[in-house]
Design a protein around this ligand. Sequence first.
Ligand code: GAL
Length: 384
Amino acid sequence: MSNNHFQVYSIIFISVIFLACQTKSTNGSGSNLSFIGIDSSKFDSVISDKNVTLYHLVNKNGLTAIFTNYGARIVSLMVPDKESNPTDVVVGFNSINNYTTSSDPYYGATIGRYGNRIAKGKFSIDGIDYQTPINDGLNMLHGGPIGYQGVIWNAEKIDSSTIQFSYLSKDGEMGFPGNLNVKVTYRLRDDALKISYEATTDKKTIINLTNHAYFNLNGEGSGTILNHQLEIFSDQYTPIDSTLIPTGELANVKGTPFDFTKPEIIGKRIDLDNDQLKHGKGYDHNFILKENGDNKHAAHIIGDKSGIVMDVYTDQPGLQFYCGNFMTGKNVFKGGAKDDFRTAFCLETQHFPDSPNHPNFPSTELKAGETMKSESYYKFSIKK
Ligand code: GAL
């Protein structure tokens, strides 16, 4: 088939998806998503007395995304590759059961109340000590054992390209103070997936929300991400100890394997003899983003086979680059491939890990009556 024919067929294919989604997207349930190999009935379920289902968004630029309200989570994100083939760049599972039983519960999920680690699960606010449950060796990870990835969110489909999830995280849940009302809005805008967060509390608390999409820009199941080319707009990162808790130091990336200020292949230095890489079993570190303000350009990454480029923008101070070092092939993705070692990466926009215990890190406190608002987006294009 000639390239031109291919593109014409791909455009027809994307249009058919678009029309199909337009006609079936009123409430997101009961839809036929067989075009991406998902049987939506395998997601229709009742967990903790709440209905769980799939929702899908689509826009005119050919982006299609599938979500579930179990963990306000991205299940799939289809982006055209250099030959206009729709490519699923967010790895995930094809049934709710596979999500609830996965050895890694975070695939595609919203993470909170405090994303990343808190040393020994301990922090204090205004002299009051708090203790969260421990779920990662000595520490708390991603909000404790039942963080926001493991709860059922309310969902409201705003229009064909926007969905809003909301959740009331009760005072004392996972040891955190204050009733926290959280909203996460996903929007497909032009060539980007935009994620907006909003939260209010009735008692001073700490908060660090992020999304845990695992990406493979060559498409789910296409092998390791080690040949992706990555640039991170950061001169400094926060070194960690052997339990992945920051030491408190802000270290310069220059002359280290953490220097992504110029585009580098992810796998090039990942196995060097370096203590930091040993602690993370590869890259699993928080990068301090350079500029201030909204729409900071955080990262630029290219799938070597697909030509798909992803640019990450955020208003958050940090970016956790994790390259799937704990993936062990125990779970099976939508398309049938196993979640093998380093076959996906995460670029999590967030505050620094363990911030409540490091006065030199930007504060994660939210006062009663204040509103926390934050926005990150993942923009897609084709390598020129
Ligand atoms: C990441 C974290 C990793 C690992 C992973 C989940 O956000 O940085 O250390 O815990 O989540 O498997």
